[in-house]
Design a protein around this ligand. Structure first.
Ligand code: C2O
Length: 533
């Protein structure tokens, strides 16, 4: 294992997309930002220097951060923001993980342009558990607004309404040729007969996405830096925060094929049918192979997402076993959804809010981890309701009162206990799919279904043998997903919807995992340069 040092300078940079130019917040002037490479067991240090007028933090999405919560990054959860002119060194060791992850800003909506890939190679001499590809390619999917993204956010907060949709999706920073002013879109250059491993990342702000290559199928081998049983698919479904490694065999010989990215979103919420495209280009040939883009799934293609999600299984081999907790110490039932609250300062007198078990999370002004570690009282309470207070039909018609309670509440679990969480999507305002991300852990997705979770019959169908292991999972529209994880990492760990709009509205909570008793079980002391609020 070695130590790898990176420097991330947060700087403004002018960028031209869709015929207009605006300054964007970047790392080292790049969009997407630089790729962070490491091997399993390496130590990584990233010195982040903030040269812009916004507060910032960086999150290493999916890195377990065992005992090093100080380096996790969500603003006001594990650290105070790095203020203009200040710097902070993130220092962590990559343990027990290999594959593709992403890093991104974790404050307001800065992650729209402040994001990049994390590539974790296996330990030296350890092969992939699938045939070695000839080449690897990183593909970062994103969204582009012509307007300043922080203004889009602020306008939405003031109006109390949903924010404007993005103007395009992007592939490695390029909007597809969605209008004649687009510059050259993204091109993937291939040679006949070679295999490619695509490290695909969804860094979009608010969109779950379909990704598709005309005329070619993909073999999925890894998600969220955990190996899967390989399976072949025409269409990849990927939620924000998720990563997928897929093998592509360039077996079509000649020509150019379209690469398409389109959103998955329930039509009742908003119509967004922008398909952005790139090109897969066989070396030495230029003819566009007329394979239709009409094969991109429609915006509300729920069956496509279900088929994809149900195909995902842990590799569960001798070297990479699935260690699903078989007994449960904490069983939680969390309803997640959006509602409407009165708002005196909003233009419309009310605003859209989101909640977990009827609690709309209010961001504290001191980081929860600092408050916990230094015993600062009055920052949070540990009375988060693990089960909803009122029994009602979560997927039925709206109750008369959509009002949620505000609070900065955490749910406390003992170190090393096993936790089961049933995430139940509610349909009070509108049924939506929510990609839920848990910091600090990988979890197993042991079951999912439509409608209300049935505590008697649904557990009988749980997959406790080879469920997919990941850090971000989509809770189906008007349905539920069950996950399990072992709370073997002390600290304060954020759980939230990775659609930034829902996080902003309050669909977030945190787990507080107590220190263990053994010598290697407690949170390490904070670095001396940890930012103060
Ligand atoms: Cu990728 Cu809390 O986020």
């Amino acid at each position: 294992a070695v130590v790898r040092h990176y420097k991330f300078s947060v700087v403004l940079k002018n960028a031209t997309r869709l015929c207009s130019t605006k300054p964007i917040v970047t790392i080292n002037g790049k969009f997407p930002g630089p790729t962070l490479y490491a091997r399993e067991d390496d130590m990584v240090t990233v010195r982040v220097v903030n040269h812009v007028q916004y507060n910032i933090t960086i999150h290493w999405h999916g890195i377990r951060q065992i005992r090093t919560g100080w380096a996790d990054g969500p603003a006001y959860i594990t650290q105070c923001p790095i203020q203009p002119g200040q710097s902070y060194i993130y220092n962590f060791t990559v343990m027990g993980q290999r594959g593709t992850l992403l890093w991104h800003a974790h404050i307001t909506w800065l992650r729209a342009t402040v994001h990049g890939a994390i590539v974790i190679l296996p330990k030296r001499g350890v092969p992939y558990p699938f045939p070695k590809p000839d080449k690897e390619e990183i593909i970062v999917l994103g969204e582009w607004w012509k307007a300043d993204v922080e203004k889009v956010l602020n306008q939405a907060m003031q109006s109390g309404l949903a924010p404007n949709l993005s103007d395009s999706h992007t592939i490695n920073g390029h909007p597809g040729p969605v209008s004649n002013c687009s510059s050259q879109g993204y091109t993937l250059h291939v040679e006949t007969g070679k295999t490619y491993m695509l490290r695909i990342i969804n860094a979009a702000v608010n969109d779950e996405l379909f990704f598709k290559l005309a005329g070619h199928s993909l073999t999925i081998v890894e998600v969220d830096a955990t190996y899967t049983k390989p399976f072949s698919t025409d269409t990849l479904f990927i939620a924000p925060g998720q990563t997928t490694n897929a093998l592509l065999t360039a077996n079509q010989g000649t020509g150019k094929y379209l690469i398409a990215v389109s959103p998955f979103m329930d039509t009742v919420v908003a119509v967004d049918n922008i398909t952005s495209t790139g090109t897969l280009h066989y070396k030495g040939t230029d003819a566009l192979v007329p394979t239709a883009l009409t094969t991109v799934p429609p915006q509300n293609a729920t069956p496509v997402t279900n088929t994809f999600v149900e195909s995902l299984r842990s590799l569960n081999s001798k070297n990479y076993p699935a260690n699903v907790p078989l007994t449960i110490d904490h069983s939680l039932y969390l309803t997640i959804g959006v509602g409407i609250n009165p708002c005196a300062t909003c233009v419309n007198g009310s605003r859209v809010v989101a909640d977990v078990n009827n609690v709309t999370f209010v961001m504290p002004t001191t980081a929860l981890l600092q408050a916990h570690y230094f015993n600062i009282s009055g920052v949070f309470t540990d009375d988060f309701p693990g089960n909803p207070p009122i029994p009602f039909n979560y997927t039925g018609s709206p109750p008369a009162n959509l009002k949620t309670m505000n609070g900065t509440k955490v749910y406390r679990v003992a170190y090393n206990s096993s936790v089961q969480v049933v995430l139940q999507g509610t349909a009070f305002l509108a049924p939506e799919s929510h990609p839920v991300h848990l910091h600090g852990f990988n979890f197993y997705g042991i079951g999912k279904g439509l409608g209300n979770f049935d505590p008697v019959n649904d557990p009988k169908k749980f997959n406790l043998v080879d469920p997919v292991e990941r850090n971000t999972i989509s809770v189906p529209t008007a349905g539920w997903t069950a996950i399990r994880f072992k709370a073997d990492n002390p600290g304060v760990w954020f759980l939230h919807c990775h659609l930034e709009v829902h996080t902003t509205w309050g669909l977030k909570m945190a787990f507080l995992v107590d220190n263990g008793k053994g010598p290697n079980e407690s949170i390490l002391p904070p670095p001396s340069d940890i930012p103060q609020c």
